[in-house]
Design a protein around this ligand. Structure first.
Ligand code: B12
Length: 396
């Protein structure tokens, strides 16, 4: 497959802007945005949205192609984060530590939030990102989607799609944790693969299968569109957090994040000190259970290894009135539609019993889920509890 550089591609498709770009390319290619003389990148020409639209319209007709080597895979995980993008670093640590992926290369890219949010700097930040994609010669781009980033990343994914049409775009994060949410990205063609829920093991499996040319449809934890049909694999929760490598202990986190951690230690507390730990313990919900007087409903994914069921049990054991429900087939994310419906139904039933007021009959909304009540069923309306017990003869 013939490889065109970004410059060649722009020359073919957008000659009127290439002179401006080539002057800036060296600066924009550098991940830290600092030029060779140590100054900040100063976008001078590609500054307005109008320029970008002209560029993207002319680019659409000459897609850039990568020469795929056939050996290993190159993955770039990009985040647009206000805070530390823990997900991307966890995912990169997992990919790098996977012995089955020793021939794969994982890189990270922090999209700069302030530059992306300002009209004057947005296009320059997009170009910096595109230049990085060009320089890395990737096969897979991973994007983390949250409430605060998914709209901007959707726009960016559309641009990447047009410029680097052979790139596989994989998305994950809380915004796409359910099959229904995944479908919005797949239907519009902005993502090729959606990873629902915790991504460490699933992304590794996706990359392995892509490298080996193995089929991907139905892979647990993924959603994709094949021949126009949406295909959702079963959910896949993590088994043990201890099995995952730490991005901190493996030295993956770049030094420039240190100031952020220092700020958090200062703003909150330093868990490395006895004083800091005492401050944090004092703010644990467990330290405040005695102040709770009304019944509390807790719903927990039994396979959650990030916030284990043990923590809900500790809250429940503190002697306050509690209803504790578990979803046996969910982990940290409540992903499956039947479980989300059951969750909403149980909240409604609980509030009906506790607060009164008009409600719908929700008993049938619980049927498709494997939800079970571990404790405090007496805070639920009788018919709802009976329906749950009847359907769920064996305890979860
Ligand atoms: C800690 C935390 C914070 C901390 C952040 C500290 C930090 N950044 O390190 C603080 C208190 C600052 C915070 C603030 C906010 N938070 Co917050 N926060 C959390 C919390 C409790 C844990 C996040 C975390 O670190 N999880 C561990 C990481 C590893 O998990 P993860 O990010 O979900 O990533 C995994 C998967 O999503 C997936 N994945 C993610 N990206 C990708 C990408 C690819 C390619 C793939 C394959 C997979 C994948 O794999 C990852 C690894 O398993 C979550 C709830 C939760 N329990 O998860 C809410 C949560 C993320 N926060 C949320 C919200 C709304 C906010 C605020 C907007 C609240 C507000 N109104 O101000 C702000 C926004 C701040 C910001 N944008 O930076 C929501 C986001 C909802 C959404 N749909 O996106 C969550 C999910 C809580 C909720 N259920 O509502 N938050």
């Amino acid at each position: 497959m013939q490889h065109h550089t970004l410059a060649q591609r722009l020359r073919r498709g957008g000659g009127h802007i290439i002179r401006a770009l080539s002057a800036e390319k060296e600066v924009l290619s550098r991940p830290d945005g600092v030029d060779s003389r140590g100054g900040r990148a100063k976008p001078t020409v590609l500054r307005s949205v109008v320029y970008w639209q002209v560029a993207s319209r002319s680019l659409r007709f000459c897609p850039l192609s990568f020469a795929v080597s056939g050996e290993g895979m190159k993955v770039l995980l990009a985040s647009l984060s206000l805070e530390f993008p823990l997900a991307a670093y966890c995912l990169a640590a997992a990919l790098r530590a996977d012995p089955g992926l020793a021939d794969c290369d994982t890189a990270l890219h922090d999209i700069d939030w302030p530059r992306m949010s300002h009209y004057e700097s947005k296009n320059a930040e997009i170009w910096r990102f595109l230049a990085r994609l060009e320089a890395e010669r990737l096969q897979v781009l991973g994007l983390s989607l949250y409430l605060w980033s998914h709209i901007a990343l959707r726009e960016l994914a559309g641009i990447v799609r047009r410029v680097f049409s052979h790139l596989t775009i994989v998305v994950g994060g809380p915004e796409v944790a359910t099959p229904a949410a995944a479908e919005t990205w797949l239907a519009a063609g902005e993502a090729d693969i959606v990873v629902r829920g915790e991504g460490e093991r699933v992304l590794a499996a996706v990359i392995r299968r892509m490298r080996d040319g193995a089929p991907l449809a139905g892979l647990p934890g993924t959603s994709m569109r094949i021949d126009g049909d949406m295909r959702h694999g079963p959910p896949m929760a993590l088994r043990r957090l201890d099995d995952l490598p730490s991005p901190f202990l493996t030295g993956l986190v770049p030094a420039y994040w240190q100031s952020w951690f220092a700020m958090i230690r200062q703003r909150l507390a330093d868990p490395a000190t006895a004083e800091g730990r005492a401050w944090l313990d004092a703010r644990s919900p467990l330290a405040h259970v005695a102040a709770i007087h009304c019944p509390v409903l807790m719903i927990h994914g039994r396979q959650d290894v990030r916030v284990p069921l043990l923590q809900a049990r500790a809250m429940a054991a503190a002697g306050r009135p509690v209803t504790l429900a578990v979803l046996p087939d969910e982990g940290h994310f409540i992903s499956e539609q039947a479980n989300r419906v059951a969750l909403a139904a149980l909240v409604e039933a609980f509030l009906q019993d506790q607060a009164g007021g008009p409600v719908e009959d929700v008993a049938e909304d619980l049927v498709a889920s494997r939800m079970a009540i571990l404790l405090g069923g007496d805070f639920l309306p009788g018919p709802v509890l009976a329906r749950l017990r009847e359907r769920n003869a064996s305890p979860a």
